[in-house]
Design a binder for this molecule. Sequence first.
Ligand code: TXA
Ligand code: MG
Length: 332
Amino acid sequence: MRLLTNSDIDLSLAADALSRGGLVAFPTETVYGLGADAFNKQALARVFAAKRRPSFDPLIIHIAECAAADRVVAWERLSSRATEQARHLMAELWPGPLTLILPKQPCLPDLATSALRTVALRLPAHPIARRLIAESTGVVAAPSANPFGRLSPTRAEHVVRGLGEAVDFIIDGGPCALGVESTVLDLSGEKPIILRPGGMERERIEALIGPVALFDRMAVNITAPGQLLNHYAPRAALKLYPRGALAQARIEPGAVLLFFDAASRDSCQAAQGALSAVLSESGDLLEAAAALFDTLYRLDQEGIEYIHAERVPDIGLGVAINDRLYKASKKD
Ligand code: TXA
Ligand code: MG
């Protein structure tokens, strides 16, 4: 494994490696991705091996321009209404943290999509990601660059620690601005449905195409492993509380209280003698999202065994943050 910068020379080296079937981890505006040429079966197989990811968990295909969608999407299998919605969202919200599930063309290897008839497609906003994709094959499969089930990486160091020698290159583009993964919106069915809340707020999608359902995690029919309940897990045992309820936590020695904002911490008596962390002092959801995985990684590194976390406001990006906190928590 070699760590690269965002210099022209390093980016061409990485693009060249991708084109030849190599594995390159790169920054996006959400989290770091582990990239492979989406048409190269051997490279795809290496992605699953590097992440120890079960092969029933399909990858997101990343493109650098909207036109590249035509290489993998079978538009003729999509209703005219859904096609209109997809085109509208692509025009208004791409590049950005929105992944669309659409019918796939047979030429895309089954390994990329776990033999589903649909493909997850995204056009990331990060300049390094777009350049890398454009200068390599234009169609790059990239799951988050972490071992399966663990925290998603928001810094190059997280990738080095999690995947290390299993990848060829890691491009260090600094911390990810958004810090939670893209919103996954399924347009292939009867009605649009959000399978995974993420960096693109449901409100912004609905403003463009009308009401969209949010996948109900209590439903039994799991179609995206991002919906699995124990996902994005830190090593510590994380217990989740309603906002403002951390005062009720029974705090083990060495446990950390994880607050949404300073106001919440300051009003909690229990925080006085205990270790604590705050996602955003001022209570800004964007800042909290960017700090989420980074804070959990840091607490893991410090060897913290117990985390008591409060939920954040359940609006906008807060929906994605609460989803990740819930999935990181121990369910009894
Ligand atoms: O922000 C992101 O989306 C990041 C960056 C690197 O772009 N990528 C990412 O990929 O989070 P990954 O593989 O960790 O998560 C992809 C999610 C999984 O929950 C997967 O099950 C779902 O998308 N997915 C992929 N293809 C699908 C399909 N055809 N139908 C339903 N869900 C699908
Ligand atoms: Mg992931």
